[in-house]
Design a protein around this ligand. Structure first.
Ligand code: FES
Length: 491
């Protein structure tokens, strides 16, 4: 029997991105009703779907296989209590279904007996035909090896392993996996909820649960008032979802919705990514996480003897990466912060101040267009953050990255990009080189224009030095792209 699935759950089940499924809906290839699709429709569109090879099944299989390793089990599986509660809810559904089935079964038997009795009492050809047709129809339905049933069973398994969260009023959706809190799942999925400490102290992640069951998995100190408790308010950072949830949640719509923060953090490590590029890993304290949108920048400050040294850098990590902030710092002679970092004067364990976030180089909200990223040297840092965010929200139909290097170690994280291209169907990576920043912009834009037939349909993100951004922008506008399609940041 066909079952309704949300777009997110359907994509999860068959192992494609939400963006890929939405594209097929937009193009009229897949019928959807109120944000849902039927298992029948899915199998019509993916007739060769091998459930054992599909993403959803693979995911569940991986979970099962790895379930024997305690550490992995703790990370991948919901807690025993949550699993038990989910199974309890499903067993209630099953019992309800059984009651209904039993009624229908008795009804069919009674109908069949009645027909047989009528045939005996009043033998006639139409009655015999009706009885035969009924028997054949029942045999066909009961004996069918329907793939939609298998999809529905897979969906039931996924519902035990994960929970779907629907956000009000935005209508967004995400899946909570394993032992995640609702806040962790929201951030991992690319949402921008309100939060602060991440551990139950500040109350900023407070949200109203409209429907569904939560389970507290962390202690918290923030005092929810009795009125808030009565209205079903809960802290998203301290609760996981036992069932699918509908949650009224405050989300940042744009960078302007995120307050400026000042956080006293620690340097976790400084590692060389190339001869002239360092990756600076900063970790915020457990009690205070930086709230930002992927692609934004911050100011960093360290004390050095009698003076303080500051640098402005784009965050190269995703807001889903817990307390970790990564920065790509190029060697720059006139920049004292960079000079000290390259000289080894800033080390793991040192205190570092983080101010921000700032900047509006963020993904266009709700855009499902294909994207084109143009980066030059360490302009890759905010682009990496945006790509990770785009992959998390699964919205873009396809992603093309053109990364132009103007110096020897300009492609300092090339393996990272190649890994994306290897793993993702709709991701292409194009490393380029150029003698200077201006030529780099022209080269990146012209190559992308000649490679991609649909450049005019894409959202284009450009990050790098001023000369790179200006030349790339000019080349793109000259081909008829609209200025509104370009999102740029100069570094
Ligand atoms: S209480 Fe601070 S983020 Fe949840």
């Amino acid at each position: 029997m066909a079952q309704m699935l949300s777009i997110s759950r359907a994509a999860h089940l068959i192992g494609v991105t939400r963006g890929a499924l939405q594209k097929r809906i937009r193009e009229g290839e897949l019928a959807s009703f109120d944000g849902t699709v039927t298992t029948e429709e899915l199998l019509r569109l993916y007739p060769d779907l091998d459930l054992e090879e599909s993403g959803g099944f693979e995911h569940v299989t991986q979970i099962k296989e790895k379930a024997f390793a305690k550490r992995v089990r703790e990370r991948m599986l919901p807690s025993q209590e949550v699993l038990a509660q989910r199974l309890f809810f499903q067993s209630e559904e099953l019992a309800d279904l059984r009651r209904h089935l039993s009624h229908y079964h008795n009804l069919v038997l009674a109908l069949s007996e009645r027909l047989a009795a009528m045939s005996l009492a009043h033998p006639s050809e139409p009655l015999r035909e009706l009885a035969t047709t009924l028997d054949a129809g029942l045999a066909r339905v009961l004996g069918s090896d329907d793939k939609t049933d298998t999809l529905a069973v897979m969906d039931d398994v996924m519902r035990v392993m994960s929970a779907r969260i629907t956000v009000k009023p935005s209508g967004g959706e995400f899946v909570l996996q394993g032992p995640e809190t609702v806040l962790e799942a929201a951030l991992r999925s690319g949402h921008a909820p309100s939060y602060g400490c991440g551990n139950g102290n500040c109350g900023l992640c407070k949200a109203r649960v409209v429907s569904g069951e939560l389970r507290q998995v962390r202690p918290f100190d923030y005092p929810l008032s009795s009125a808030e408790k009565a209205q079903n308010y809960a802290l998203l950072c301290c609760n996981t979802a036992v069932t699918d949830l509908v949650v009224e949640m405050i989300e940042a719509e744009s960078p302007g919705d995120i307050p400026e923060q000042h956080i006293a953090a620690k340097v976790k490590s400084v590692t060389a990514a190339g001869t002239d590029t360092l990756v600076l890993h900063v970790q915020t304290p457990r009690s205070s996480r930086l709230r930002f949108m992927a692609g934004q920048s911050v100011s960093l400050g360290v004390a050095g003897g009698t003076a303080d040294f500051q640098g402005d850098y784009a965050i190269a990590s995703c807001s889903c990466d817990d307390r970790n902030l990564l920065f790509h710092v190029p060697r720059e002679e006139g920049n004292e912060f960079a000079v000290r970092l390259f000289a080894g004067a800033i080390r793991g364990g040192d205190s570092i101040s983080v101010w921000g976030p700032w900047g509006d180089f963020v993904l266009k909200k709700d855009s499902t267009r294909a994207t084109l990223f143009l980066a030059c040297d360490t302009g890759f840092a905010p682009v990496k953050s945006l790509i990770e965010h785009a992959l998390a929200v699964e919205a873009a139909e396809s992603i093309a990255l053109y990364w132009t290097a103007t110096r020897a170690d300009g492609h300092y994280l090339e393996n990272h990009c190649r890994a994306w291209a290897d793993v993702l169907d709709d991701f292409s990576y194009h490393p380029l080189t150029a003698p200077d920043e201006s030529a780099a912009g022209t080269e990146a834009a012209r190559t992308a224009i000649s490679d991609l037939a649909d450049v005019a349909e894409r959202d284009v993100y450009i990050a790098g030095p001023e000369a790179f951004v200006q030349s790339a922008r000019a080349a793109l506008l000259a081909t008829g792209l609209l200025d509104s399609q370009l999102i740029v940041v100069t570094l």
